[in-house]
Design a protein around this ligand. Sequence first.
Ligand code: FRU
Length: 532
Amino acid sequence: MNATFSYFPLFLLALLACQPNATQNVQQLESSPAVKSADYYTEAHRPQFHFSPEANWMNDPNGMVYYDGEYHLFYQYYPDGDVWGPMHWGHAVSPDMVNWEHLPIALYPDKYGYIFSGSAVVDKQNTTGFKTGEHDPLVAIFTYHDTTGQRAGKNDFQTQGIAYSNDRGRTWTKYEGNPVIPNPGLRDFRDPKVSWHEESQQWVMIFARGDRVQIYNSPNLKDWTLASEFGEEQGTHGGVWECPDLFQLPIEGSNGQSKWVMLVSLNPGGANGGSGTMYFVGEFDGKTFINDNSAETVLWLDYGRDNYAGVSWSDIPKEDGRRLFMGWMSNWQYATRVPTSPWRSAMTIPRVLSLSSTDQGLRVKTSPVKELNTLRGISTDLAERMIAGSMDLSDEFEFDISTSEMNLEWDLSGSTATEVGIELTNAKGQSVAIGYDKARNEFYFDRANAGKVDFSDKFAGKFPAPNPSNASSIQMKMYIDVASVELFAQDGAVVMTDIFFPDEPFEQINFFANDGEAKLVSGQVWQLKRAW
Ligand code: FRU
């Protein structure tokens, strides 16, 4: 398909219209205060165990890299307003991806443009020659977005640049040879994700170009050669492709076999509308990716409305071996209008991606990282029972759910009910429901009546996710924060990430089985401590 995509400039123009007077809630908070006040991170709808910036606008996670005991998270950040604007790279570090320390802004716009999304790597072999001291250089690879060129009606306003740090990411220097990949005249030419390809001993960069991706090679992160292009007539093309990633995953339970997985974010055209992330499974030789599935196969990483632009962490030590992922927990359809202040947007919880054989073929499974267990506090076992109609089980919990975040795991079997699930409610009668619809054999998330929904006509609704299994058992694992639910059903084969904004915190949790009954085989709920 040869359509020329220009969705991004459309949203960009709309958002630029909001500037430069986007001064609502402007705060110049660039790093954590030494002493946090008692009300730190307690505003309405403020996530308690998800990453969010102290103030102002955030979108995609960028430059996620592990070095010297620290997980780095950079992110698309506009420090002067709470809607999208001139992009910087905000920065935070964490020993465990759960507890974060805010650091000063890492990258500021310069004469080549705003700093759009990209990645970071540890240059262990000093292929760049940037190393000056005892530490390996960290190298950030990002897109420059030149608004002057864009306004002048040019097509070549996005280029790729690099910057480096020799002090564990604390200070950054832009490379004097930028841009390292000039633009050949293509709109939507962005979001480089770089990794070291062991077999061919070279750097590989994948980035989005319109409705497909390009793959480049380099010996030194400075000189790049186009190796291949992938995506024409592959997967789905409802919008522009963004923020790709490409990595190898072992096939669970196999004898050392592995495959390559390509993540591609797509906006619009996601599984349930707006922004979404799909993936491909195949082979990669350092230059060319070959899709194992038919070109029209579309595999979704997450069926929720709020997991976009996610990519994986670079340089996770071999002894750990996990492929760690985090996404932006919002959707371009309404991200700039969600009712939060003084910040806008949070990231998903950190997750592990794995690859397993299923009846349908190789599929990516997602699970929350084990580090989240450190937040677990009081727990309650839910005894086996039949659920029929709607039953308030929060009375059994040994903690008050209106002041808690929760991790809930349950197994159901032999359900005769049309729908089973849980509903979170408050005194105002507002609710969200996370359930399973037997006739359709699909999970769903319902936020039609979730409180504040009218900031966008695209927000409210009930959204499905197909259950790939025909087994009668239903397993649901959920992470419930103040303003989001992340569902990992059927052992992580089905994922839904959705945000919501009730006028008062949810205070009750009902388990329901409509028009029938279901056996709760086992269940456990944990109060989660706040991470801020
Ligand atoms: C994805 C995206 C990227 C771009 C960035 C700009 O959400 O549109 O393609 O680099 O956001 O902030």
